[in-house]
Design a protein around this ligand. Structure first.
Ligand code: SF4
Length: 216
């Protein structure tokens, strides 16, 4: 049997910038490649290149940081088949593991111990047609659904989807983020308060701290 390998853009230790574990020291494993092209993408450097590494080498690097939380991200990590055994191996090692995924690829076979942070792409992203709604049935309570909001139309679309898909009955956290440099954060916060929307508002901590530098 051939050895499991992954194409890796970077592995680094930072503070979680998003989701309900925001602020926690976390190791990020960024897999190379993404089949989407969201207009606001801030990780275009992960579309190409990267380095082929064995699963064992990736695990060794993660262990070296001594953190408890690991986030597997991209690009779109599920575009690589070896992402599935990577997630399982990290869970087996006792890490709290989360997966950031675009929502465009099937999550059905992701290890059930993983916290899936699933995007639903809004019209403003330019990739709304890529949402794979079959994924919704595989969400577990510990998972999170994230909307990046580019404008008022996106906000109203998200509101509609939260209702239509009964997202608050499926997961404990529905996240709304303003698209950086496109949607005013305070304005989005006001809309959420006015409507009493049952969501968690978030701004990206790593953008506040480190702007767009790779490795954070
Ligand atoms: S899914 Fe994520 S990595 Fe891919 S283009 Fe969209 S924002 Fe960028």
């Amino acid at each position: 049997m051939s050895e499991t390998t992954l194409r890796i853009t970077e592995i680094f230790h930072s503070l979680q910038g998003e989701s309900s574990t925001v602020g926690l020291p976390t190791v990020f494993v960024r897999l190379t490649g993404c089949p989407l092209r969201c207009q606001y993408c801030d990780t275009e450097y992960a579309f190409h290149g990267g380095e082929i590494q064995t699963l064992d080498k990736v695990l060794e690097t993660v262990v070296g940081f001594g953190a408890r939380y690991v986030t597997v991200t991209g690009g779109e990590p599920l575009a690589q088949k070896s992402c599935f055994p990577l997630l399982t191996a990290l869970c087996d090692k006792g890490y709290t593991v989360s997966l950031e995924t675009s929502g465009a690829l099937p999550i059905e076979n992701v290890d059930s111990r993983v916290i899936k942070v699933l995007d639903l792409k809004t019209p403003g992203s330019g990739e709304v047609s890529r949402n794979l709604y079959e994924n919704i049935q595989y969400l577990q309570p510990q998972d999170e659904v994230k909307f990046v909001i580019c404008d008022r139309q996106d906000y109203q679309w998200a509101q509609m989807k939260i209702d239509e898909l009964a997202l608050n009955e499926k997961v404990n956290n529905v996240l709304l983020s303003p698209s950086y440099g496109q949607q005013d954060a305070a304005e989005l916060a006001e809309w959420i308060l006015q409507d009493g929307l049952a969501v968690r508002f978030q701004v990206q901590l790593h953008k506040l701290l480190w702007k767009d530098e790779a490795g954070h």
